[in-house]
Unconditional design. Structure first.
Length: 161
């Protein structure tokens, strides 16, 4: 899938769920340093999210959607999915998702890839994420996250449930 297709899937998803969202165009964000710099420049107040593309032992992949500053808890993921995770290589991520490293979109995954959502995200007012192209950022009310997740064809699991 191309970045343009990923972006359109995100727009279609948010609109079909009736989610009001904000959109910014900026320099490409591919690391935490640039994210922080642009966030200050644009005056962002929404909570930044992080999407980690995972390889599961004995096959398969998953994506963890969490707070930008959270760390991967392999034991919790293994308990949840039944397989030990590790962070997938950039090449594997690009091949499977079409996203660039540092700009992984959580809402346009192939249908067979489970999405693991850190429940801490439900405690914030507003969430930000990259909708594919690294020069775009979307923000939406966190209270809309259950509707967005419910509209996805992917299996969804909740971390810290």
């Amino acid at each position: 899938m191309t970045l343009a297709q990923i972006l359109q899937r995100n727009i279609d998803l948010l609109e079909s769920c009736g989610v009001a969202y904000q959109q910014w165009t900026h320099e490409p964000i591919l690391d935490f340093e640039m994210d922080g710099k642009i966030g200050v420049e644009l005056g962002w107040t929404a909570t930044p999210t992080k999407s980690l593309f995972l390889r599961l032992k004995n096959g398969g992949n998953a994506l963890l959607l969490t707070h930008r500053d959270a760390r991967l808890d392999s034991k919790q993921i293994k308990t949840l999915l039944g397989k030990r995770p590790s962070i997938a290589s950039d090449e594997e991520m690009i091949t499977q998702l079409g996203c660039r490293p540092g700009a992984v979109c959580p809402f346009a995954l192939p249908e067979d890839i489970p999405l693991v959502v850190d429940e801490v995200l439900f405690t914030f007012d507003e969430l930000m994420y990259t909708p594919g192209p690294p020069e775009l950022t979307f923000a939406f009310p966190a209270k809309a996250l259950p509707d967005i997740l419910g509209a996805l064809p992917n299996p969804v699991y909740y971390l810290n449930a």
